[in-house]
Design a protein around this ligand. Structure first.
Ligand SMILES: [Ca+2]
Ligand SMILES: [Ca+2]
Ligand SMILES: [Ca+2]
Length: 409
């Protein structure tokens, strides 16, 4: 599929609208402002005075109305969600445009009291964009059992082709065959939690496979993307107890979902303090974060002494250390360890963590000091890294390469 969709934000009435529009349609911008004004009037003419327009609580499309060319025929469609009153079920309205005039095509039903999220993607693999909407039964969207609906645009109407209970949803081409998978995750504190992967085949959404999720855990972070060269996965940062957790990688080969790592006896990403997975070195591959907590005598978790280690999966059965950082939450800075600082660094702090020292084999490699600007007087042997909120951040090392590893958070 050609990536010809661009997103254009326009400021307009209410709390805004979002335009998802093809390049061809952008060839005629002068009429666009009038077209949007006409749409606003048309929307209002179909709503009662008590009706409330809904903006998704999360996701990319956090706007009152979404305007796009679903079937790429050069004329625009618009989708708006609203409810008649505070306790009503959310409904959708579909409008279509011709020569700058908008017509209401249909009203369609949602599956909850709040619009939680909205995606405009072709999950039915027919070349026509679909409307994928998640609905919550709470105002804050924090219920585990939300309602997900896929509306396929066909014969100029939106038809609901899928409806399911879910907690998290992802759309990604996990096995890279050119067809997006729809993945739903359901967390259930009373029953078994699971992950379900669907492909649209033979005019319906077909469950391809599902796996159980560890029922002891909750998810803190559910993302998908590359986890190794040419390999995508669903990445779930889960936690149990206070802070303990691990990062699960789940693959889809077109037929089956499978875990990369076993939970027992010990998960290779086990963490005693929760750090989220992210692409820390910006190479397009997600890293799993694991805290490195040095031995200390009092066994108390001292956040000022731990570092974050980020590991990439080797594509087989091991995790490789890619990146290590030190975050000072107290003073709001990050220090990325240089590549040549291989394992064995330990951290010492003093003066209420205002001074941090990075040490290897009893040798001081770098230090970071934080003092109030008013106390920063004798500047000899001090090299300023940054200033913020009347604080000065400095080091006693004269090494401009190391300064690049420091940044304020
Ligand atoms: Ca479609
Ligand atoms: Ca696929
Ligand atoms: Ca990365």
């Amino acid at each position: 599929m050609k990536k010809r969709i661009i997103i254009l934000l326009c400021t307009c009435f209410l709390s805004g609208c979002q335009l998802v529009i093809s390049n061809e349609s952008l060839m005629k911008p002068p009429g666009l402002v009038n077209t949007m004004a006409s749409l606003e009037q048309t929307i209002l003419s179909h709503l009662s005075s008590e009706a409330v327009l809904m903006t998704p609580l999360t996701g990319e499309h956090q706007n009152v109305k979404t305007v796009m060319d679903l079937d790429r025929d050069g004329t625009l469609e618009a989708v708006v969600f609203y409810k008649e009153n505070e306790h009503a079920i959310v409904k959708g309205l579909l409008f279509s445009e011709k020569d700058g005039e908008w017509t209401k095509v249909q009203t369609f039903l949602g599956d909850g009291n709040t619009l939680y999220e909205l995606e405009i993607k072709d999950v039915t693999n027919d070349g026509v964009l679909d409307v994928i909407a998640g609905f919550s039964f709470r105002n804050d969207g924090k219920d585990a059992r939300k309602g997900l609906a896929v509306y396929q645009y066909d014969l100029e109407k939106l038809n609901r082709v899928f409806n399911n209970t879910y907690t998290h949803m992802l759309i990604d081409d996990l096995n890279q065959d050119g067809v997006d998978e729809l993945v739903t995750i359901l967390f259930d504190q009373y029953d078994v939690s699971g992950m379900f992967v669907f492909n649209y085949t033979n005019n319906k959404m077909v469950l391809m496979d599902n796996v159980l999720l560890n029922t002891r855990v909750n998810a803190l972070n559910v993302i998908s993307g590359y986890v190794a060269l040419d390999q995508k996965a669903i990445v779930i940062d889960t936690f149990f107890g206070n802070q303990e957790g691990f990062t699960d990688y789940i693959l889809f080969d077109g037929t089956e979902l499978s875990y990369v790592f076993d939970w027992e006896p010990i998960h290779p990403t086990y963490k005693s303090y929760m750090i989220l997975s992210e692409d820390t070195n910006h190479d397009g591959i997600i890293e799993a974060g694991v805290p490195y907590i040095p031995d200390n005598d009092d066994k108390e978790l001292n956040l000022n002494l731990l570092t974050h280690r980020y590991y990439q999966w080797d594509g087989v059965d091991d995790m490789i250390l890619i990146n290590e950082i030190y975050d000072s939450i107290e003073y709001g800075y990050r220090f990325d360890f240089p590549n040549e600082w291989t394992e064995g660094i330990h951290i010492e702090t003093s003066d209420e963590n205002k001074e941090v020292r990075f040490i290897k084999n009893n040798k001081l490699l770098f230090d970071i000091h934080v003092i109030p600007a008013s106390d920063f007087k004798n500047i000899e042997g001090k090299f300023i890294l940054a200033r913020k909120n009347n604080l000065v951040y400095y080091t006693t090392f004269s090494d401009s390469e190391l300064y690049k590893k420091f940044r304020l958070l």
